[in-house]
Design a protein around this ligand. Structure first.
Ligand code: RP5
Length: 259
């Protein structure tokens, strides 16, 4: 079972009990319906320029939003052929897993809500280390964030890293320009905020800092980004699954050299 089938953030009502594991396993389905008031307050029909889709999403407005998503990401949408809840150009979009909840929860967009996650590592005598933040709920996470309207994925990776984890400066520029190792993951995130109608997808890019660059990265000590409690290097092999946010541990283990 996925986290998004069993767990909820503190400000959510409970999901449907005994949520089916897959869409094909659905026999009777009575999901909880929940959209947070903050989503309605920020819907573009209530607030011009708001971050959430209109309350009554039309095919036309969904089309306009999809056109804003970088073309490369359009191919990565999670699609299912029938019984879905969001349609666009004859295609139906639904969370890849039943979540026991409809509505948008706290997520602004119908369908995929896009994020970007920088996965920054360094070599250490204890083994490869990764730079993680502590989120408000106490879980450890990559310092990622939502791809906001008008922002590219590379810009989001840089901005989130310098807002949540490391002070901006020449060392960060060198890290991003010279230490890129490629995209580790691009797709669905097992995020406890997901619903059947709105879910997280992300692009994770790996950067491996040289000892010189790692030594110059100055970790943030003040909370510039709302809800971040701290930032630290962690030895990957000592991380525990239960301490980690969403499916971040899966991508971190993919890059661990084990040394
Ligand atoms: C996760 O939520 C993504 O992997 C990303 O790390 C994060 C973005 O949400 P916020 O940090 O902006 O809440 O699904």
């Amino acid at each position: 079972m996925k986290k998004c089938q069993q767990q909820v953030p503190a400000d959510y009502p409970p999901r449907m009990p005994n949520c089916p594991e897959s869409w094909t396993a659905v026999k009777s389905y009575a999901p909880t319906n929940f959209t947070a008031s903050i989503v309605y307050q920020n819907s573009t029909d209530n607030k011009p320029g708001g971050w959430a889709d209109p309350i009554n999403m039309t095919n036309e407005s969904l089309k306009r939003r999809f056109e804003e998503i970088p073309a490369k990401r359009n191919k990565k949408l999670s699609k299912v052929p029938e019984d879905g809840v969001v349609t666009f150009d004859g295609t139906t979009f639904r969370c890849p897993y039943p979540t026991g909840m409809t509505g948008r929860g706290v997520l602004g967009k119908f369908g995929p809500n896009y994020a970007a996650d920088p996965l920054v590592t360094r070599d250490h005598e204890s083994g490869m280390q990764v730079l993680l933040v502590t989120r408000a709920d106490g879980s450890l996470a990559l310092p990622g964030g939502m791809v906001e309207k008008g922002k590219s994925v590379p810009q989001t990776l840089y901005d989130e890293f310098t807002e949540e984890a490391v002070e901006d400066g020449p060392a960060v520029e060198k890290l991003f320009n010279e230490c890129g190792q490629g995209v580790v993951y691009d797709g669905f995130v097992d995020d406890t905020r997901n619903t059947d109608n709105a879910w997280m997808e992300t692009l994770v890019k790996h950067y491996h800092a040289t000892p010189e660059i790692a030594a110059k990265l100055e970790l943030c000590t003040t909370d510039k980004s709302e809800g971040i409690l701290g930032v630290k290097w962690y030895t990957i092999k000592s991380l525990k699954d239960e301490d980690m946010f969403a499916s971040h541990i899966d991508w971190i283990r993919k890059v661990d050299s084990g040394k």
